[in-house]
Write a protein that binds this ligand. Structure first.
Ligand code: UD1
Length: 420
């Protein structure tokens, strides 16, 4: 197993480019199952989750190959409609093969992904939407078993207790593109990754309107064809790199950081006093004089993303004053709190709230990554901490950040990977 070692205290300087969006590429790869023709997906980050998705596509009988930032998928025939527990349990996003398998084969058996370290993560909305399209849905021995003679369009309200669901919207959209007639998804997720998937499906011949709004309309098509597609930059990686600049008082150009995807994050950073400017092909973080504490509530897009909650907590840990972070998507997503406290932060958790009393500085320590974004938060804390931080279990980081330590090295950080 690898660990990351960071010697903190350097203000980052220079330019860095954001990779393609993990949360776009995973559902997009599964959407390739909807056609027997060849699809070429470009700007694909080299991530553990991408490799897992490729393995799943192969296990279903599709050709799938990654090379130099591109994935070619050709699902001429699909020999299995079963996505196995061993693969699905390692990555929740693999549950989004359910919609495409059902659309293409009219049947699918996909392992239920279960919960994970960030909390209970049900799939009731996925199944509700699939059922509304006319499929018979059963849960048998840990699998979702779905079957339909013919899918028909329907009017579906897809909101849940925590608001909209990204992958449920993706799954239902992917099943509906080959259904007969019109489907309307109300309370659809508006995330840019959902828009990316809808745009890809439209390039394949689907007829989807309203992506990016809470009401998506899909006119069923008889057939989808192969296409090429370029994935959008990863807004969460962009936000994380911007915070790396901000937390170290650096001056960094983050190429591929799209302002329009980062509205809520930029608004909070502005309130905190972080100076960010439009720059050539991205955003530039400038050294800020004095940072101010802020209160943050995570919400579905366009609200503040839960996937940036841990990282902004690191920034608030070194911003004198009291900040309150409220987690409204995954109320238990606070595994990073105790690790940040081991580095000298002063954070108290109270239900879905974290109360942070910002310190002047943190001190390096051995810490353990618990999940993807928590790992990123520890990296940020390590960059600003005095002394040496060693982050173990960074396989979590490798699931979703492509070469993060190399990108940070380019900005001048003293960060490297070692074998544990
Ligand atoms: C996606 C992202 C993940 C991000 C999350 C929230 C991908 C691959 N992953 O995950 O990085 O943290 O969105 O922005 O895109 N829920 C239900 N029933 C369901 C489905 C979800 O109650 O059937 C709840 C969840 O428990 C959560 C909320 O809805 O509280 C939002 O989750 P959802 O948008 O579905 O997350 P994912 O799509 O799994």
């Amino acid at each position: 197993m690898d660990k990351l070692v960071i010697e903190g205290g350097i203000s980052l300087k220079g330019a860095v480019t954001v990779s393609g969006a993990k949360n776009s590429v995973l559902p997009l790869l599964s959407a390739c199952l909807l056609t027997n023709e060849r699809c070429r997906i470009k700007n694909v980050p080299n991530l553990r989750d991408v490799i897992t998705m490729i393995k799943i596509l192969r296990s279903l009988g599709a050709y799938a190959e990654y090379s130099n930032g591109e994935v070619i998928v050709e699902a001429k025939t699909i020999k299995s409609h079963i996505a196995d527990y061993k693969l699905v349990s390692t990555m929740r996003a693999s549950f989004c093969v359910l919609g495409p398998l059902l659309g293409r084969l009219r049947k699918a058996k996909v392992s239920l992904p279960g919960g994970c370290i960030i909390g209970v993560r049900p799939v009731d909305l996925h199944l509700k939407g699939i059922k509304a399209l006319g499929a018979k849905v059963e849960v048998q021995a840990g699998y979702a078993v779905v079957e339909a003679k013919g899918l028909r369009g329907a009017h579906i309200y897809l909101g849940g207790v925590f608001g909209s669901s990204v992958l449920a919207t993706d799954n239902v959209m992917m099943a509906a593109v080959l259904a007969k007639g019109k489907t309307v998804i109300e309370s659809a997720a508006c995330e840019p990754e959902v828009v990316d998937l809808a745009n890809f499906l439209n390039k394949m011949g689907a007829k989807i309107k309203g992506q990016g709004t809470p009401c998506i309309e899909i006119e069923g098509a008889r057939h989808l064809h192969g296409t090429d597609y370029h994935i959008v930059p990863d807004r969460i990686e962009a936000g994380t790199l911007i915070l790396a600049g901000a937390i170290t008082g650096g001056d960094c150009l983050v190429r591929g950081a799209f302002k329009e995807h980062l509205g809520a994050v930029l608004d909070k950073l502005d309130e905190a006093g972080v100076r960010i400017e439009d720059a050539d092909g991205g955003l530039r973080v400038r050294p800020s004089k004095k940072l101010k504490p802020v209160n943050v509530t995570t919400l579905p897009y366009p609200g503040f993303p839960t996937d940036m909650q841990a990282q902004i907590m690191s920034l608030m840990s070194v911003t004198p004053g009291i900040s309150i972070i409220t987690e409204k998507i995954y109320p238990d997503r606070f595994m990073h709190v105790s690790e940040l406290n081991r580095m000298g932060a002063n954070i108290m958790r109270e239900g879905p709230h974290a109360i942070i009393e910002g310190r002047k500085s943190l001190s390096g320590a051995p810490v353990m990554a618990s999940d993807l974004r928590a790992s990123a938060a520890l990296v940020l804390a390590g960059l600003v901490a005095k002394g040496k931080t060693e982050i173990s279990r960074i396989y979590h980081l490798d699931r979703g950040y492509e070469n993060l330590e190399i990108k940070l090295q380019k900005l001048g950080a003293r960060i490297w990977r070692e074998k544990e």
